[in-house]
Design a protein around this ligand. Structure first.
Ligand SMILES: [Fe+2]
Ligand SMILES: [Fe+2]
Length: 327
């Protein structure tokens, strides 16, 4: 039976399990006797688990196992210093026809087409001709759209699924729309455009093979810079695009992580930038909570384990609802 990682955590010590997993991390270590063993972190869409291949057969080349490989493993559950750390009996590279890649990466819970249609309607509602032209340059371009609709918004913290960037972008845009209605001094078209474009660099930051990984470009440059570069290039092709509008839009994108320690080279210094930074944090944090609950509890209710980044356990006794709802 193909076990999910979530289920390994609830199995009693000594329970056998088997299944297909992605190698998230792998190291060859040595016993005191000098004999090698393997320490791995395995993952699927329900989480990650550290495991040991304690006694590999002597004739196996341990260097064949690489990060990103899908492997078939069997083993049994053990605990080490209070943490789950199964030991493997067998591990081998799996061939693509053996496993269903849906085990490794989830899809946005919302209908992709429906969300994209809604985003196009919002683009249509932008009145400023320069911003509208800029948005259309991106969203009427098939090759851009194809990537935008697939890419996740994150690897672990939030929207780590196919269609995640679209879902997150729409979430941020809708929050910004509400803020712009409440604070009339906000330049609504600027805020909405910034919200739509703020994370587009993620199409070059992440790639989906079997699992989600960050590209070299993503690791070296980050999506704030990449998004700004993409936007700058397009703006420079639009005749007469006002310079001050370009600067304000780029400032929103550059500052949308809010703080230097969250990767923003600039802190928000305009109404639109501060609104975007909080909308971005709000959408990603609530979604991060929701994903953690789903991953940890499945259909159960009650408390999750402590979230590694948010540093709290989360309580949920409601029902999941993924209706896109009315505008
Ligand atoms: Fe971002
Ligand atoms: Fe974002």
């Amino acid at each position: 039976m193909d076990t999910y990682i979530r289920d390994i955590y609830s199995l009693p010590v000594g329970s056998p399990f088997e299944g297909y997993f992605v190698i998230e991390h792998v190291e060859i270590k040595k016993h005191r006797t000098g004999e090698p063993y393997l320490r791995l972190v395995l993952s699927d869409k329900t989480g990650t688990v550290p495991v040991l291949w304690w006694k590999p057969p002597k004739d196996v080349d341990l260097a064949i196992f690489k990060k990103g490989d899908v492997v078939f493993v069997s083993g049994h559950v053990e605990h080490f210093q209070g943490n789950v750390q199964p030991k493997l009996k067998e591990i081998r590279i799996a061939s693509p026809e053996e496993f269903d890649s849906k085990k490794f990466i989830c899809e946005s819970r919302f209908d992709i087409e429906e969300q994209f249609t809604r985003l196009l309607e919002i683009i249509d509602s932008v009145k400023n001709p320069y911003l509208k032209k800029l948005l259309e340059e991106f969203f009427y371009d098939d090759s851009f759209v194809e990537r935008f609709l697939k890419v996740p918004a994150g690897k672990t913290i939030h929207h780590a699924c196919i269609g995640g960037l679209l879902e997150h972008t729409l979430g941020v845009v809708e929050i910004c729309e509400t803020v712009a209605k409440r604070f009339k001094s906000i330049h609504r078209d600027l805020l909405i455009s910034a919200a739509i474009l703020h994370d587009i660099g993620k199409i070059h930051e992440y790639e989906i093979n079997v699992a989600i990984s960050r590209t070299t470009e993503g690791i070296l440059l980050g999506h704030l810079y990449i998004s700004c570069e993409m936007v700058t290039k397009k703006i420079d092709e639009i005749e007469g695009f006002p310079h001050d509008l370009k600067v304000k839009l780029l400032h929103c994108i550059l500052s949308h992580h809010g703080e230097y320690e969250h990767g923003s080279p600039k802190k928000p210094k305009t109404l639109e930038a501060v609104a975007l930074a909080y909308a971005d944090a709000l959408d990603s944090r609530v979604k991060g909570f929701e994903e953690h609950i789903e991953r940890e509890l499945g259909n159960n209710k009650g408390w999750t384990k402590r979230h590694f980044a948010f540093e709290v356990p989360i309580f949920f006794d409601g029902e999941f609802n993924y209706d896109l709802g009315d505008e």
